[in-house]
Design a protein around this ligand. Sequence first.
Ligand SMILES: Nc1ncnc2c1ncn2[C@@H]1O[C@H](COP(=O)(O)OP(=O)(O)OP(=O)(O)O)[C@@H](O)[C@H]1O
Ligand SMILES: [Mg+2]
Length: 266
Amino acid sequence: MTTPSAHRDGQPPLLVVDHISKIFGAVTAIKDITFTINAGQVVALVGDNGAGKSTLVKIISGLFPPTSGRVLLNGAECHFTRPADALHAGIETVYQDLALIEQLDVADNVFLGRETTRFGWIGRLLGILDRDTMRAQTADALADLHIKIPAPTLAVSSMSGGQRQAVAIGRAITWGRKLLILDEPTAALGVEETEQVLQMIEKLRGTAMSQLVISHNMQHVHRISDKIVVLRQGWHVATLTTAETDPQEIVAYITGAKQQTPVAEG
Ligand SMILES: Nc1ncnc2c1ncn2[C@@H]1O[C@H](COP(=O)(O)OP(=O)(O)OP(=O)(O)O)[C@@H](O)[C@H]1O
Ligand SMILES: [Mg+2]
């Protein structure tokens, strides 16, 4: 497979995952993964437990480097050495193992690392946080999501798994500019909250924000995505156009019952 560098209209894809591999000691977690995400597209990343999905997410979001291969954003190679670099580039990630700080409240978590400071540069220097502004903006962002969220002043340590996940999603939407990565965003959510997250993904679809979504629910994957990348034991085994497939066929690729040879470029 060659490097997909140009989109139909001459623009580079928003994101290119270019021959990425990751080895942890004796474990090769992902092997030679190549695909693209175009502006406004929702790409689903699917595969069984241990297939390498979260590993790929962590590479794109700057948590750790690939062993080989490159990630390109708007045609330029990314050299992220820490998650803050990806955030700065406009990539927001909701990790599967949620990264909220237990001791902080909801608003502090949403604004972590980007706190609004009062009194201009003096405030920034002294680190005086504008808590009222932060709390009001947080309440707005979370209300937009229609997800039942506790007060922004509530400590994360007293929240349920689903509430924490909702806060992490609210934070990602508040700050995301180019790419929103959601690693099993509905895994801890109830039926109603799950539906809200799916509707949010659908609402963002086709806007300036692209999305990479991981899910084990093939009905959801089929509903929300434009394209599906299937991993199996670290290998990229299929690239499917959502409109041309169905949940049963996606499962067949995940389990190995069906093969795509060669793997479609995309
Ligand atoms: N930090 C690490 N050190 C060593 N091995 C790791 C590390 N992270 C992941 N792995 C291994 O890499 C492989 C892929 O794991 P990964 O978490 O990416 O899978 P996944 O597709 O996200 O699975 P799940 O659906 O269960 O979340 C597994 O064999 C896992 O044990
Ligand atoms: Mg995972």
